[in-house]
Ligand binder design. Structure first.
Ligand SMILES: Nc1ncnc2c1ncn2[C@@H]1O[C@H](COP(=O)(O)OP(=O)(O)O)[C@@H](O)[C@H]1O
Ligand SMILES: Cc1ncsc1CCOP(=O)(O)O
Ligand SMILES: [Mg+2]
Length: 246
């Protein structure tokens, strides 16, 4: 029998580390879901910061433990601040994740996402349509989310089977997952274990939330409640982390 990587117990332990360490996550987040993403990081145990100011980004990234970069509302100023943030993160060894939101809508955004991928992100995460265009990412962890999340690096493949269809009916669950993954990367050096654990925690939280919500509207706050309240036991009992072969 193959032992799932990471085990559900490891996922529970990494969540506990986040809650103890309270990592700072700087987010260059799109303007649509800043509040939801910041709330997601906070309730899971991290401390978000959100400024996009070119003058301040060096101080914020220097003080952060991890960085999440989201291309959802991209303009010339944001491109500049993103490139500077990446430079500072790389120089100070901070892990970062990029979410190439809507790169399937815009060739210039896709080109920018590809440029960022050459700058050594730990993780690239997008939905199916986005990741189809991104293709392989040989030097980073690749995550394609959806009804099942597929994660891979050069040698390992993991899938997370948790979650709920209402996640796709609430704007920003993918963006929020980028923030939560960054918080987990801040406390766990193995970025694949960190990301798989983060997605198991969000997926199980969604399942718990859906059981007491009436639809996407009531699901959104219930999801934040569940992310805040989820226990190690919930993860051990409900997380479905599976190794993929080949
Ligand atoms: N049908 C579904 N069933 C279960 N989980 C889902 C479903 N659709 C999306 N998710 C979850 O919602 C989150 C966002 O995924 P996705 O919809 O692929 O990204 P995005 O919001 O960027 O389009 C992920 O955590 C994913 O696991
Ligand atoms: C609708 C929209 N437009 C620009 S960013 C954004 C939010 C995307 O959020 P997600 O990809 O997590 O659903
Ligand atoms: Mg998205």
């Amino acid at each position: 029998m193959t032992i799932p990587f990471p085990t559900t117990t490891q996922a529970a332990e990494i969540l506990e580390k986040v809650r103890q360490a309270r990592p700072r996550v700087h987010c260059l987040m799109n303007t649509v879901v800043q509040k939801f993403t910041a709330d997601g990081i906070t309730v899971v145990g991290g401390i978000p910061s959100m400024t996009t100011s070119l003058e301040e980004i060096e101080s914020f990234v220097t003080k952060a433990d991890a960085l999440t970069i989201n291309l959802g509302t991209l303009d010339a100023e944001r491109r500049k601040v993103i490139l500077l943030a990446v430079k500072i993160a790389n120089a100070s060894g901070k892990p970062w994740i990029v979410d190439p939101v809507h790169c399937d809508y815009s060739p210039s955004r896709l080109a920018f996402a590809r440029e960022l991928i050459t700058l050594s992100p730990a993780i690239v995460r997008g939905n199916r349509a986005e990741m189809r265009l991104i293709g392989e990412v040989p030097d980073a962890i690749r995550i394609e989310t959806g009804p099942v999340d597929h994660l891979s690096d050069a040698t390992r493949r993991v899938r997370i089977v948790n979650g709920h269809p209402w996640m796709a009916k609430v704007t920003g669950t993918g963006c929020l997952s980028g923030g939560v993954i960054a918080a987990f990367m801040a406390v766990e050096r193995d970025a694949l274990a960190a990301a798989a654990s983060a997605l198991a925690v969000t997926g199980v939280s969604a399942e718990l939330a859906a059981s007491c919500a009436r639809g996407p509207g009531t699901f959104e706050p219930a999801f934040l409640d569940a992310l805040s309240a989820i226990t190690g036991e919930d993860i051990i009992n409900h997380a479905r982390i599976e190794n993929e072969q080949g």
